[in-house]
Design a binder for this molecule. Sequence first.
Ligand code: 9YW
Length: 447
Amino acid sequence: AGGRRPVRYARPTLAARAARVLRDNDTGAVITAAPRLYPHMWSWDAAFISIGLARLDLPRAVAELETLFKAQWRNGMVPHIVFTDDDAYFPGPDRWGTDNAVDGPRNARTSGICQPPVHAIAVQRMLEIARTSSPQDRADAERFARSIWPALYSWHRWLVEYRTPGSSGLVAIVHGWESGMDNSPRWDVPYAAVNPGEELPPYVRKDVRIIGDPSERPTDKEYDRYLWLIEEMRRAGYDQKEIVRSSSFLVGDVFITALFAVSCDVLIELGTEFGQPASQLADLAEWASRAREAVAASCHSVSGMARDRDLRANRWLDTQTIAGFSPLLCGGAPDEVQLRLLSLLDSDRWCGHPDLLAPVPPSVSPMRPGFNPRQYWRGPQWPVVNWLFGWAFERRGWHERARKLREAGLRLTDDGAFGEYYEPFTGEPLGSTDQSWTAAVVLDWLC
Ligand code: 9YW
């Protein structure tokens, strides 16, 4: 590793390599998030993976989401990890201790938190793809969209019932891992208030044994806090009401809230087409509009950037990260705010930075103090995040912007390594290589 990249694959070869990554990461039961680092199924990864797979093997794509939803908790939560038997990852199911959780699933071992609700988006995208491939795929995808809909609805209902506390209207997370952006500076202030107790059981990290350079991963201090929050949840027996009432971390996540709003819209479209109950469609419409309002209300009056809210300390979190652009995902912000965000996104503080290898938005602005081009969610570019903005722009009718993001994403990933994340200036792939969701979004861009 290191330095600029010598190899650039032509598109057909890149597509073939991406397909091979998904095949190689298939254990038969699940497609793992990454070959060594992440030997299990992650919730939002599975959604992206199914989109990529829909081009290659629709029944396999359907099976993947079915496996995830078979592990859905009885209260509606879709867990962030469904564990395989592999014990190379920490924290595994024993540390999570969810086996006796009141609402836990009966036939799978899972973590006890969730991840961003992008599953409805995946189902709709699979359907679109299947409709252009074959009559058989089309029929299978339609059958699947109809059968998974109630589970998607109950997942969304869980986010409203248990995770929209107080009056901000933002969907709240109780662990930074729920955001999908584990160690983003978004969470620095709320994490500073998490004090791991003496009773934190000892543990040994496994990630840093696999990733040679530990400075590309979260620090040990960060891990202590991650583990402490799990300890608190275990002690609460994974009772959601209790966790939301008492955990040391409770933050309204604006990025999740925006994804939730647009996923509710998508679910309404699917539900309308497949004749789902009118009362549930009305619920979704109300949830979408409340979420959208909450995203708009979070926007900073000068920068226009959307903000998370620390619900324990009752204050806005002003850190400027990619999540600040959340209103562009779901709409609903006043036109002038939206225009400000678009020009900020294009500016040299973000995609227009002259030294970027590809104009893909980095996780943190390269102009921000504390930006670290190599460390995980503190600077690197993440292809899936790029996919989400491109998808949202296409949906909003901004075809030229969507096309540019696709091209930029392909420029970043044409080294064929399918990095978990990328150094924005050199384009060096960091973290794991052959990361499934990176291969999946590349496939979707290429087809
Ligand atoms: C971890 C699997 C997951 C993603 C997350 C990402 C990382 C896992 O990998 O978290 O152990 O830190 O932050 O979004 O789902 O790809």
